[in-house]
Design a binder for this molecule. Structure first.
Ligand code: URA
Length: 235
């Protein structure tokens, strides 16, 4: 990879900033100043320093986003805003994509990465990754719904869902549902199968990683090493 491309993809410097720093001896490869930033390096094998700061190369990036309403869980759409629009320019260059989907009107926990293998494994139905949703319903949830969910809801199209847990508020108008699968509109369809309707939906946890309460809707942060470990344990 070109040195200037590396620095810009890592969000360290634009190409012109890097050129100016290099002309002042501020870009070192393995301790040696370089002026020609079109030179190719293998960032996993060399040490890069920029204006006295060592730049560690992270091949893969893992991000938690608090998804707001109105965004499509995709990297592009012909007319609507997509979740990757919420990331800063330097991350847009790293080609992150969402791990799984949330409906446009669903909010909350979304993981984005450019680690295709990890995303593939985490989403594989073999791995039963846990997802927890908070929902509100149009009417109080029916008596016995806990047992109904526990035994595996049959959707209106005949699909038999895996066992799911539901825990309700006292007035039964809201609650948490834990799934280990991710079918299209699954929560909405499960609640519909119980004779009710979801009025709002938020994912609060994915693969045992809880949505960070300090993130407002639309905000993101990098996953910690521990959180990446939780994601990997779903591989
Ligand atoms: N279930 C739904 O119905 N919608 C989502 O966005 C996620 C789970």
């Amino acid at each position: 990879m070109r040195i200037d491309k590396f620095l810009s993809e890592m969000g360290i410097a634009s190409r012109s900033e890097a050129r100016s720093a290099a002309s002042r001896g501020g870009v070192l490869i393995d301790g040696v100043p370089v002026k020609d930033l079109s030179k190719h390096i293998d960032p996993e094998r060399v040490s890069v320093s920029y204006l006295g700061r060592r730049i560690d190369y992270n091949r893969f990036v893992y991000v938690m986003l608090n998804k707001p309403e109105g965004y499509v869980s995709a990297t592009e759409d012909s007319s609507l805003p997509v979740v990757t629009d919420l990331l800063p320019d330097e991350l847009q260059k790293r080609e992150l994509f969402p791990v799984g989907r949330l409906d446009r009107d669903t909010v909350g926990m979304m993981i984005l990465t450019n680690d295709g293998h990890l995303a593939h494994d985490v989403l594989s139905p073999r791995h039963h990754v846990k997802k927890v949703y908070f929902f509100t319903a149009a009417e109080p949830m029916a008596e016995g719904v806990e047992e109904y969910f526990k035994n595996g809801v049959t959707l209106r199209d005949g699909y038999e869902c895996k066992k799911a847990e539901i825990s309700l508020s006292e007035d039964r108008l809201s609650g948490y549902i834990t799934l280990t699968e991710g079918k299209y509109h699954q929560i909405k369809r499960m609640v519909a199968a119980s004779g009710n309707r979801v009025t709002s939906l938020e994912r609060v946890s994915f693969a045992d990683i809880a949505l960070d309460p300090s993130l407002d809707r639309g905000e993101w942060r990098y996953l910690t090493e521990e959180e990446i470990g939780l994601l990997r344990s779903g591989e």
